[in-house]
Write a protein that binds this ligand. Structure first.
Ligand code: AP5
Length: 214
């Protein structure tokens, strides 16, 4: 199954995408995680992406598409994947559709997680991320066993540079302008599934599984 996660920054796309991918036994592909890993490792891709990310803007489509197309050509993507943070613009969605149709494939579900902007700002300040393995926590809703330490790999947890309140506001504005139109794009394709992201993590997961019919 090929699934796309839609929703504002902080809506819970990453949290749910990891669970869905584990349940379906397919890769979880987060463009944000890929960019962050490249920044951490000081690659050329990372250096090119960093200034856009720190400013709360989108990385240019050309850079993003190149890395996504490479990734889905991988052997482990043959039975599907869960995209988290991609596509994020209409040109990205159209490029994906074209690439898939050349393979006789299509997106099966675009899962939109709905959370109002006012809830997002509160969530982001409490998020703690592991830059080593990509795990995500929240100081109030999903705390690690030991404060500041990743349960999964033992690395230190950090507040992402782009989770500062001014940058979150900019990211929300970019989301409404450039990414929200994808909701209608996928509604018109007949594969949109919308979930209430204000419920707790487990309830949101159950709602999504029902929508996917798994
Ligand atoms: P990216 O990493 O994709 O960030 P994002 O879309 O802004 O989403 P987030 O990771 O911030 O949030 P999320 O929805 O995954 O929420 P999470 O599950 O962590 O992208 C970062 C940047 O990279 C972009 O700004 C852009 O510059 C660039 N980029 C990436 N992809 C790109 C692309 N395709 N094109 C161009 N540029 C691109 O949850 C948030 C917090 O809330 C966590 O602490 C979590 O524990 C908590 N939480 C989750 N669910 C719940 C719940 N139900 N109740 C309470 N708390 C919850």
């Amino acid at each position: 199954m090929r699934i796309i996660m839609l929703g504002a920054p902080g809506a819970g796309k990453g949290t749910q995408a990891k669970r869905i991918a584990e349940r379906l036994q397919v890769p979880h592909i987060s463009t944000g995680d890929i960019f962050r890993a490249n920044i951490k490792n000081g690659t050329e891709l990372g250096m090119r992406a960093k200034s856009y990310m720190d400013a709360g803007s989108l990385v240019p489509d050309s850079l993003t598409l190149e890395l996504v197309m490479d990734r889905i050509a991988g052997e482990d993507c043959q039975n599907g994947y869960v995209f988290d943070g991609f596509p994020r613009t209409i040109p990205q969605a159209e490029a994906l559709e074209k690439a898939l149709s050349e393979l006789g494939q299509k997106v099966d579900f675009a899962v939109d997680i709905e959370v109002p902007d006012e809830d997002i700002i509160g969530r982001m300040g409490g998020r703690r991320a592991c830059l080593q393995c990509g795990a995500t926590y929240h100081v109030a809703y999903a705390a690690p066993k030991t404060e500041g330490v990743c349960d999964r790999c033992g690395a230190g947890l950090t507040l992402r540079d782009d989770d500062k309140p001014e940058t979150v506001k900019k990211r929300l504005a970019v989301y409404h302008e450039q990414t929200q139109p994808l909701i209608d794009f996928y509604r018109n394709k007949g594969c949109l599934a919308q979930a209430d992201g204000t419920k707790d993590v487990e309830d949101v997961f159950c709602e999504i599984l029902k929508l996917l019919g798994v």
